[in-house]
Design a protein around this ligand. Sequence first.
Ligand SMILES: [Zn+2]
Length: 155
Amino acid sequence: MESPCPCPVCRSGELTSLTLMDAMSCNFCRHIFVPNGEPDVLTLADSAVALTWRWNGKRWLGVQHGGTIVGWEAGLLGAAFVLFPTMVMGFSAYLFPPLPGSPWAWFPLFWTGLTFCAHLVCVVWLAVEYYQFPVQLYLRAIQQAVIRNKSSIIN
Ligand SMILES: [Zn+2]
């Protein structure tokens, strides 16, 4: 693992070794990682879910541990959870279209969109919870980057 090494959780901060401890912490999201015994493998220490990553020389890869689904299976489940209800709503709106000119003609389309958004929010929220992704810190970092860009354009 070269240093500075990017953080596997936020992918914005850098990992620094904690003094007198066999652990590393991120200077951005403040998560703490401990080595797993194997070289280039880190485990998240300050979370209920023991997430583990392996450094492949370029980036962090999630390590699958028994019982939990990560990676493409979770992605597929998430996509099905978002797309399937949306398709059901869209199909029923298509099969039973509202009477043309009726005041509620917009409703099936709106409801289909709402179904999509609500399920997407569920999936995103689950992912954020699972990975303990620091949304607020991340947004603040983006905001600061935008402000920095703006001021560099003005100057
Ligand atoms: Zn981090």
